[in-house]
Design a protein around this ligand. Structure first.
Ligand code: NDP
Ligand code: PYR
Ligand code: MG
Length: 410
């Protein structure tokens, strides 16, 4: 076991176990308080909500509460380690919701792999929450589960590994391309991984201007080609090529996008890439190739990982707190493409506006205090403009409100 792993175990076990706890928000110290908080007074908000369900947003925690829900089938890059073993990650996401955006989150680990049953369970749980953040559910089941829940529920349902990752990859890629003087429409991209995160990231970068014919994708069996029998999602990325392996398609690639597993990129692969390559080795916790090894093979590379212990942390934690903050505050029924695009542009702009902007800072750091006030109002505005929100928020006033909130959080 490494020192870091040992420290992480001690961190999690120290004091009150785990990373989150419940906090009470009303006085309960007197008989009068108790008769308001519980019986008999609590019947009044119950009956108000029974008459008008939207009153739940006024009288309960629903409007500021997100469910972080997994079945543990694709926990980070650790694979199918099961619902219970995924709990530390889900608690971690709950911590980030709270510390970065003041959102309360319950982590819910569901021991169910059948997609239809999972949909039924999550749908049955949904009255508790103002939004649902699906996490670490493997592909292809995650696509079905998210789609069915979005069809059924009128609260935001968002698969973080797909869309959260895609947003941050989009922002990082725009800035990395700018810094290396590349035209997005000419960039050749090679992606390792064809699961939840990869498929959504590829859709996003095509939305931003990458040409589909310039993208080569590898899964655990090699390059997605037209000769292979592929799922519907993967078929969309199949190339008519005889190349079968990552090493065979990576020649002169401008961008490597790793959303697969540890150690799947070699230094020789990096050496085959174009000059000033962009290497996003995003598998967690162990990237496709460690940054120091990428640097050795290509000293002028722009390198990003999903980890907090290297520069350029491309991690969905840079966006999900702010997306949900904006969605909850604007009363959005869902998180749509316009909101995601607004988040991409806001994150990219925030990085460009920082003093240290450059190859080692293509995205803001997770602890950048400008994020809450800088990103969230732009997403809320996009929600309103695209017709998915029920409240229009004045951007300047909302920003001030968020900046004040931010001071109470980190
Ligand atoms: N930095 C970040 O913010 C994020 C990083 N990630 C990382 O991305 C990775 C994938 O996560 P996710 O998409 O949720 O998981 P999925 O289980 O949905 O997808 C995993 C993908 O990796 C592929 N894969 C496995 N082995 C290989 C291999 N030898 N060569 C190429 N591809 C391979 C699988 O192939 P096949 O389809 O054949 O099974 C599959 O397409 C994880 O490491 C995760 O930590 C995910 C989300 C966010
Ligand atoms: C960051 C994240 O969500 C993942 O690696 O799965
Ligand atoms: Mg995840």
């Amino acid at each position: 076991m490494t020192t870091l792993e040992q420290q992480a175990l001690e961190y999690h076990a120290a004091g009150q176990r785990g990373k989150v706890a419940i906090q009470v928000t009303k006085p309960v110290g007197s008989q009068t308080d108790l008769s308001l908080a519980y019986s008999p007074g609590v019947a009044a908000p119950c009956m108000e909500i029974n008459r008008q369900p939207s009153k739940a947003y006024e009288y309960t925690a629903k409007g500021n509460l997100v469910g972080v829900i997994t079945n543990g089938t694709a926990v980070l890059g650790l694979g199918d380690i099961g619902a219970l073993a995924g709990k530390p990650v889900m608690e971690g996401k709950a911590v980030l919701f709270k510390k970065f955006a003041g959102i309360d989150a319950f982590d819910i680990e569901i021991d169910e792999t059948d997609p239809d049953k999972l949909v039924e369970i999550i749908a049955a749980l949904h009255p508790t929450f103002g939004g649902i953040n699906l996490e670490d559910i493997k592909a292809p089941e995650c696509f079905y589960v998210e789609r069915r829940l979005r069809e059924r529920l009128s609260i935001p349902v968002f698969h973080d590994d797909q869309h959260g990752t895609a947003i941050v990859v989009g922002a990082g890629l725009l800035n990395a391309l700018e810094l290396t003087g590349r035209d997005i429409s000419l960039a050749k991209v090679v992606c390792s991984g064809a699961g939840a995160a990869a498929m959504a990231c590829l859709d996003m970068i095509v939305d931003l201007g990458v040409r589909r014919e310039n993208v080569y994708v590898c899964d655990s069996r090699g390059v997605l080609t037209t000769a292979r029998t592929l799922s519907e999602e993967k078929r969309a990325w199949a190339q008519d090529t005889a190349a079968a392996t990552l090493s065979e398609v990576i020649g002169m690639a401008d961008v490597f996008l790793g959303l697969s597993g540890p150690g799947l990129l070699s230094q020789d692969d990096v050496r085959k890439m174009a000059a000033r390559p962009i290497v996003f080795a995003l598998a967690n916790p162990e990237p496709e190739l460690r940054p120091e090894l990428v640097r050795e093979a290509a000293p002028d590379a722009i390198i990003a990982t999903g980890r907090s212990d290297y520069p350029n942390q491309i991690n969905n934690a840079l966006c999900f707190p702010y997306l949900f903050r904006a969605a909850l505050d604007s009363g959005a029924r869902g998180i749509n493409q316009e909101m995601k695009r607004a988040c991409v542009q806001a994150l990219a702009a925030l990085a460009r506006g920082a003093d240290g902007f450059g190859p080692g800072a293509i995205v803001p750091g997770l602890l950048d205090k400008r994020l809450l006030g800088g990103v969230t109002p732009r997403i809320a505005a996009a929600a309103w403009d695209s017709g998915v929100a029920s409240r229009q928020l004045d951007p300047a006033a909302y920003r001030l409100q968020l900046e004040a909130l931010g001071k109470t959080l980190l």
